[in-house]
Design a protein around this ligand. Sequence first.
Ligand SMILES: Nc1nc2c(ncn2[C@@H]2O[C@H](COP(=O)(O)OP(=O)(O)O)[C@@H](O)[C@H]2O)c(=O)[nH]1
Ligand SMILES: [Mg+2]
Ligand SMILES: [Zn+2]
Length: 334
Amino acid sequence: MLEGIVISAQGGSYAVQAEQGDFQCALRHHVVEAEERRRSETNDMPYVDLVAAGDRVQMEPSDSDQGRGYIEEILERKTRFGRTRMDGWRQVIVGNLDLLLIVFAARQPQLKLRMIDRFLVTAEASGLIPVIIINKMDLVAFDDLKSQMALYEDLGYKVIYTSTLADTGIDDVRQIMGDQISAFVGSSGVGKSSLLNAIQPGLSLRVGEVDERRHKGQHTTTTVTLLPLAFGGYVADTPGVRTLGLLDIDEEQAIDVFFPDLRPYLPSCQYRSCRHSQEPGCAVQAAVKSGQIDSGRYDSYLRLSGLKEGRFERNIDKKSSKTKNRERRRGYAR
Ligand SMILES: Nc1nc2c(ncn2[C@@H]2O[C@H](COP(=O)(O)OP(=O)(O)O)[C@@H](O)[C@H]2O)c(=O)[nH]1
Ligand SMILES: [Mg+2]
Ligand SMILES: [Zn+2]
């Protein structure tokens, strides 16, 4: 038996990369049967596909067909970036994703802190390590940007300042991506393609770009491919996965825990179910008033929680409340 990583998954055929070579694999029926048994015991909704790009698997090469093989076991996933489809089926888009590389431009297009917050929450909710990359640093004064980003660095988020034009910061990005599975997110024009090409010449991705105005309900293509990096690790090519950087969680799910700056105050709120909006005895609102929590970050919390109207609408599938309740009970509500 060999261990390998799934590079792409499509139509029940899986490209697996192992130390011994690349194999085109099918999934052994006993894996499907085991999952069926597990589901019948737990009442879980089915998966669109049991195997996703990024999954680590045990596989057996075929005796007769060279380059072919069978997946015998899917190893436990470290992280599972996915969603619940409109019909309630669960879909893993990338397995074992480590890093969410959140790319913004220092200017052109303008840096939007509230959108950074949205990506950060997504990463936190999925257990991914977010890395903020501020590109086009050649267009601004470093100190100005650095002070704008100080809040995030203080919160413990890694911020890398790059310019593909001046060739600065590229090595830092390479270093952080080494031996990891990464995915890039960010709006069109911030320099994702330029960055990738600087990191590894010739590397071009069909990254699903996030269009702020049109992100609702866009969950189209999900044929994710992992591209191997010369310095170790993989970058996920996610064409059409526009939601990769967008919150995709249940309407009523509390997201306060995904704000590290709100977290310390949560136990001190008078009501356990406090939404930190209008409630009396709210420690979060008090900390915003006294300046201990940044008011912009609090604003992002309110918007992303749906407690305040804003440009950042929640990205929610239109599900029946019955489906939602079922999902909440199962704890798979994101
Ligand atoms: N000034 C400046 N322009 C850049 C930089 N990186 C990329 N660009 C330009 O920004 C535009 C968009 O870059 P692109 O890589 O296509 O962005 P993407 O849409 O995020 O893939 C192009 O015209 C690039 O030449 C940079 O570091 N500095
Ligand atoms: Mg591009
Ligand atoms: Zn509160």
